[in-house]
Design a protein around this ligand. Structure first.
Ligand SMILES: [Zn+2]
Length: 150
């Protein structure tokens, strides 16, 4: 654990976003668990996720909750690989498409209304990327043989 990094930011965010990460973790875990059941109910070994920046997910908390859910349901030690996708917006004022500027202290559920164009600062922006959160793949151990690969 990297203690001491951004303590102010972390403690300010804690409590406010915990529920957010938990509900996301639950959603991810349930979809993976459903896939595992379809494949014979084996142990889940690893999960690869793609997370858009606009979801404002704290990786550490997400890892914690998915780990906890996996352990409770018979898949302890599940590996989580997270790929981040930057938030992208198209500006209605200047027409520029670029990375979304997420204001400091933005809340997960209201971030959309607070985004700004990185070029002219206008708030009239359309989100064109970075909102998705998807399970790219999951490695599931199948009964009797090992599920390496697909
Ligand atoms: Zn603009």
């Amino acid at each position: 654990m990297a203690g001491g990094t951004r303590p102010g930011l972390l403690s300010r965010r804690r409590g406010r976003t915990e529920v957010h990460e938990y509900s996301v973790a639950l959603e991810v875990w349930e979809s993976v668990a459903a896939a595992a059941r379809e494949h014979g109910g084996g142990r889940v070994r690893s999960i690869r996720l793609e997370i858009g920046a606009l979801n404002l997910i704290e990786d550490e908390q997400l890892r914690f909750w998915i780990g906890a859910l996996a352990e409770r349901e018979g898949s302890p030690g599940v590996e989580l690989e997270i790929t981040h996708v930057p938030g992208r917006v198209r500006c209605r004022s200047c027409g520029r498409e670029g990375e979304a500027v997420v204001p400091e202290g933005a809340l997960p559920y209201s971030v959309v209304g607070t985004l700004r164009c990185s070029e002219c600062g206008s708030g009239e922006v359309m989100i064109v990327g970075g909102r998705d959160l998807k399970v790219v793949s999951a490695e599931i151990e199948t009964e009797g043989r090992n599920g390496r690969g697909e």
